[in-house]
Design a protein around this ligand. Structure first.
Ligand code: FAD
Length: 461
């Protein structure tokens, strides 16, 4: 019976998946314990979302002062603008410490018991933490992921290779940096570093960057970054790194690029080492823990949420999956709709995207309507000097169902939430057009983009 266990729910790992899940579980009346080995807030708060965005915010300020037309006309001497990396590191630490301290306080305030140490399974109801054993009716694995060092890239000689962890800690910047990988992490670092000083060269295997974003939008962003001095080598197959030279194959040619530092940004792998998940018979899908649509593993009282289940490695995915798992444990149901997860890329202007790209929509639907709106035609973008962007809306042509929205504009990351609400509430283009968007905002362009897609014309373009 449930009474014979120490807890109703034990959560292993206190990243954004684990800590939010533990709080939710406690709030719905479950006796809950959370086990954390290293740092509260996980990758996200300590070496991921938060510290990158602290540094990117500074890069945005520098870029705005140096490049924005709004500053140029006011006569500010932008040549005097430099960044003190030691002070930036200090600010990063302050923000991170404030948030991670807040996580522990929230857990305690909600009555969640905290166990510090590495959790390891003894059986499907028992976990050890150090030499302590704790038992629970249900266990939620939320152990996250770590940087992946690709075995197919041979390392020889003396190299200054960085992962995102070290790149976040630099208090001196290299002259040139090669970024291997053009996904979100690679592109955010390429943007950040290029604004702070170093010459950046990106090497990406695919023929476009940022695979989840419509290529029309990511192409515009790439063009802007190229204008700002970032070099892109797309279709580049990196084979080895030797004495700070990256050797790659491009269009059948063997090429190399020399760099003072090399950032490996080719992905992350689930954390299961020392967990003894295999030992108690939990099934894997490659290196990730396999789960069903309610986050249950093959052992029915054990769930896995967040990066460790290898589905979509984003903080808001991890926490939502946790809500789905807790609902299931409580005998309720919550949906996890993987077609409706927003993705955000923090460069300037920002990118956000949700749902299908135009090409994917056309593969899946016979009748697709697409609308575009140039940020050039939006007053707030003109005020802010970010007119190079664009919004793109992809609809099912008969019903006006929202299939995908892709935005390259300032405040893009804050605007995609509106589309997320609309998609999860099954709103259609008519309703998006009917809703009143405030003026002057970048957001009002979204209403216009829906007009362009659904009615064939917007008002202001
Ligand atoms: P994690 O955050 O990895 O947390 C897992 C926790 O479990 C860790 O604290 C770990 O110490 C602990 N743990 C592991 N094993 C054990 C064990 N056996 N016992 C006890 N504890 C254990 N996502 C976004 O949505 N937006 C962003 O802007 C963004 N930016 C990113 C930037 C970078 C540079 C990186 C690397 C990632 C970024 N991500 C971003 C991804 C995001 O950080 C992850 O998707 C998110 O942290 C996953 O949450 P999680 O709870 O599954 O795991």
């Amino acid at each position: 019976t449930a009474e014979s266990y120490d807890y109703d729910i034990v959560v292993i790992g206190a990243g954004p998946g684990g800590y939010e899940t533990a709080i939710k579980a406690a709030q719905v009346g479950k006796k809950t314990c959370i086990v954390e080995a290293t740092y509260f807030g996980g990758t996200c708060l300590n070496v991921g979302c938060i510290p990158t965005k602290v540094m990117i915010h500074t890069a945005d300020l520098v870029s705005e002062i140096k490049e924005s037309p709004a500053y140029a006309v006011t006569g500010i001497d932008a040549s005097a603008v430099t960044v003190d990396m030691k002070k930036l590191q200090q600010r990063k630490k302050t923000v991170v410490n404030t948030l991670t301290g807040g996580v522990q306080a929230l857990l305690r305030a909600n009555g969640v018991t905290i166990e510090n140490g590495k959790g390891s399974f003894v059986d499907n109801h028992t976990v050890t933490v150090g030499n302590k054993q704790i038992t629970a009716e249900n266990i939620i694995i939320a152990t996250g992921s770590s940087v992946f060092m690709p075995p197919f890239i041979a390392l020889e000689g003396e190299n200054n290779i960085l992962t995102s962890n070290e790149a976040l800690d630099m208090d001196e910047l290299p002259g040139t940096i090669a970024v291997i990988g053009g996904g979100v992490i690679g592109i955010e670092f390429a943007y950040l570093l290029s604004k702070l000083g170093p010459k950046v060269v990106v090497l990406e295997l695919m023929d476009h960057i940022l695979p989840m974003v419509d290529p029309e939008i990511s192409g515009l962003a790439q063009k802007q970054m190229e204008k700002d001095g970032v070099e892109f080598n797309l279709g580049a197959k990196v084979k080895s790194v030797k004495d700070n030279h990256v050797y790659y194959e491009l269009n059948g040619e063997e090429l190399d690029v020399a760099a003072d530092a090399i950032l490996m940004a080719v992905g992350r792998i689930p954390n299961t080492e020392g967990l003894n998940a295999e030992g108690i018979g939990i099934e894997f899908n490659k290196r990730a823990i396999a789960v069903n649509e309610v986050m249950q593993t093959n052992i029915s009282n054990i769930y896995a949420i967040g990066d460790v289940n290898g589905k979509v490695m984003l903080a808001h995915t991890a926490s939502h999956e946790g809500m789905v798992a807790v609902a299931h444990i409580c005998g309720d149901h919550a949906d996890m709709n993987y077609d409706q997860i927003p993705s955000c890329i923090y460069i300037n202007p920002e990118i956000s995207s949700i749902g299908l790209t135009e090409a994917k929509a056309k593969e899946q639907y016979d009748n697709v309507k697409v609308g575009r709106f140039p940020m050039m035609a939006n007053g707030k973008s003109l005020i802010e000097g970010t007119t190079n962007g664009m919004m793109k809306v992809i609809l099912e042509g008969e019903t006006g169902e929202i299939l995908g929205v892709h935005i390259y504009a300032s405040h893009a990351t804050d605007m995609i939430g509106e589309v997320s609400v609309a998609m999860s509430s099954e709103l259609t283009a008519d309703e998006m057009i009917h809703a009143i968007h405030p003026h002057p905002t970048v957001n009002e362009a979204l209403g216009e983009t829906f007009m362009s897609a659904w009615l064939g014309k917007a008002i202001n373009s």
